[in-house]
Design a protein around this ligand. Structure first.
Ligand code: C2E
Ligand code: MG
Ligand code: MG
Length: 574
């Protein structure tokens, strides 16, 4: 270097540019030299490649080619390095020429170089593409916190979330719940169908669980078939019991894997903060104990930790055995909701909806207990009871109106339904023409000829058949083609969006035009206000149902005079 000194002092940078440039070009990382005015003085090939320009353009344009805010950031950093003399590292995410995100690390340090005007400060910058490093760090972090099979939180993240949820609950004076659950006899699934099917089942269970909680709650898999849910912001333990019941129902729904349809049940232990434990450890232990108590008492159900300070507590609940008992000791009843003709608002009939009035738990919704009944086979007995009750009720009405009864897909699996319908009609004396069975579309997926045969026999009896919840997920034209239904009921999710969602309108219109072609009347469910009433009527629905026209009522409360008109029908003045 000594020997070069005179040359450098004459023309410091330009004089050594070729040698320097050759050395810099050999470095794979983008390298640049900037002066005090933020001008790029020297850049290497890798830098030119990064900027997508040739050297002359890069030098001429410098940072001017960058977006304003980014340039401001760079210049601030430059100034800082010039002022303090301290090296600086800056990481940023850029979009490269191919549109993928890259993470770039720019290291800047001050370097003093002799120039024609004496020694001057420059910044030497070296850029490294650290995308791979950051990706692998992110992946490691993800793996450290997530379960690889289901993508749910793992035990580590669960612990963190439980700590945080407890802290938030303590601050706000609210409660939190820890629900611990596992699949009953999951080993049988693995033994029968093999581990790949077991794994798929766990993934589906995981999705169903996630679908039941709020985004702020945490669903975790602890391993095997054990899951945990942390529910924050609870006002009372009842919120956790209601979640437990929804879980029982959601898991009880048959799970399709390939051509298999598998039914499983689950047991749930619950611990409530702060009553059942003030620390994550205590809550975990108490929820676990409660879970094992459910297992011991016959599985499928939920139980709150033993030390619950609640007056009524939530004693172990085996929903299946209680439902069996409820059927025997009169806790189940039917509510009747009017189905009104769109033309004049007159009641055409009533839909019978099952209700469970539990002595300590209050009203339990059919969406919670019907799936349980389906999964344990009780639905056949329950279905027979509902048929009989509904027909008997209708027979007592002073008007010869139809009663519509919901039939579960499971009831179609064996031939009992036909016998139950015959029994109900003959024992109550209700004419078959006054009975309508509502069948959800999903019921028709797996059952083909045998079910169609049963439908034909039901129709031969004089019973009518409605296709319920049309559009709720399984809709296919093949369903409509497969059987001549007497009525199609459009699922209420479309009705509730009818004023705001053009797609819902389009779907309702399409169903209506299809039904007109097939000459099948259409009922719209879930009409909640006048605007929906008018809209659906104008669109050409034949029949309307919903709170606006009448909520489900006990038999004793049904209006005692007909015709029975909805509150604001049918003037349609807006
Ligand atoms: P579904 O057959 O579609 O029954 C209509 C549901 O919508 C009923 O809920 C009814 O109370 C509710 N509903 C009526 N009008 C309105 C409204 O204007 N707005 C809203 N948001 N909802 C309205 P419910 O009684 O909770 O029943 C839920 C589901 O449970 C029923 O859906 C049916 O699939 C099933 N279910 C009810 N009773 C029975 C039964 O006896 N047997 C069987 N297998 N299933 C039943
Ligand atoms: Mg229905
Ligand atoms: Mg429906």
């Amino acid at each position: 270097m000594e020997g070069e000194a005179p040359m450098l002092s004459k023309s410091p940078i330009t004089a050594s540019v070729e040698t320097l440039q050759a050395i810099l070009n050999a470095i794979p990382n983008p390298v640049f030299l900037k002066d005090r005015l933020h001008r790029l003085v020297v850049v290497n090939d890798a830098m030119c490649a990064l900027m997508g320009q040739d050297r002359d353009q890069v030098i001429a344009q410098g940072d001017q080619s960058l977006p304003g805010e980014q340039r401001d950031v760079f210049w601030k950093v430059d100034d800082l390095v010039f002022e303090t003399g301290q090296p600086h590292e800056n990481e940023e995410v850029l979009t490269d020429g191919s549109g993928s995100l890259r993470v770039m690390l720019t290291r800047k340090r001050l370097i003093r170089l002799p120039t024609a005007d004496g020694e001057q400060p420059f910044i030497i910058g070296v850029i490294s593409d650290i995308t791979r490093i950051r990706e692998s760090e992110a992946r490691t972090l993800y793996l450290a916190e997530h379960d690889t099979l289901t993508g749910l939180a793992n035990r580590t993240q669960l612990n963190e979330r439980l700590h945080a949820t407890i802290a938030a609950a303590a601050n706000s004076g609210l409660q939190a719940a820890l629900l611990m659950l596992d699949i009953d006899r999951f080993k049988n699934v693995n033994d029968h169908y093999g581990h790949p099917v077991g794994d798929q089942l766990l993934s589906i269970v995981a999705k169903r669980l996630v679908g039941l909680v709020r985004p702020t709650d945490t669903v975790a898999r602890l391993g095997g078939d054990e899951f945990c849910i942390v529910q924050g912001g609870l006002h009372q333990p009842a919120g956790a019991y209601s979640l437990a019941r929804r879980i029982l129902a959601a898991i009880a729904r048959p799970i399709s894997i390939g051509s298999l349809s598998i039914s499983v049940t689950t047991s749930i232990g619950i611990a409530i903060f702060p009553e059942d434990g003030a620390t994550p450890e205590a809550l975990m232990k108490n929820a676990d104990d409660a879970l094992y108590a459910v297992k011991r008492s016959g599985r499928r159900g939920y139980r709150r930790a033993e030390n619950a300070a609640e007056p009524h507590g939530a004693p172990g609940w085996n929903i299946e055995s209680e439902l069996r008992a409820a059927l025997k000791n009169g806790q189940l009843s039917l509510a009747f909701q009017p189905l009104a003709a769109a033309a004049d608002g007159k009641t055409r009939g009533f839909e019978a909806l099952a209700r469970w009035q539990h002595p300590t738990r209050g009203t339990i919704q059919p969406d919670e207990f019907i799936p349980i009944a389906e999964s344990c086979g009780l639905i056949h007995e329950l279905g027979a009871w509902i048929l009989h009750e509904a027909c008997a009720a209708a027979q007592k009405w002073p008007w010869p109106l139809q009663v519509a009864i919901n039939v579960s897909p499971v009831q179609l699996e064996n031939g009992e339904l036909l016998a139950h319908v015959r029994d109900a009609l003959s024992s109550t004396g209700l004419p078959a023409s006054r009975l309508e069975l509502e069948i959800t579309e999903s019921a028709l997926l797996d059952h083909s000829e045998r079910v169609m045969d049963m439908f034909a026999q039901l129709k031969a009896l004089g019973v009518s058949l409605a296709l319920d919840d049309f559009g709720a997920g399984w809709s296919s034209l093949a369903t409509l083609h497969s059987f001549q239904f007497d009525r199609i009921k459009i699922d209420q999710r479309f009705i509730s969006h009818i004023e705001s969602d053009a797609r819902a309108v389009a779907i309702v219109r399409a169903v209506l035009s299809l039904a007109q072609t097939l000459n099948v009347p259409v009922t719209a469910e879930g009409i909640e206000d006048k605007a929906q009433f008018i809209a659906l009527r104008q669109m050409g629905c034949n029949e309307l149902q919903g709170f606006y026209l009448g909520a489900p009522q006990a038999q004793a409360k049904l209006p005692d005079a007909l015709p029975w008109l909805p509150p604001a029908a049918p003037s349609e003045s807006r």
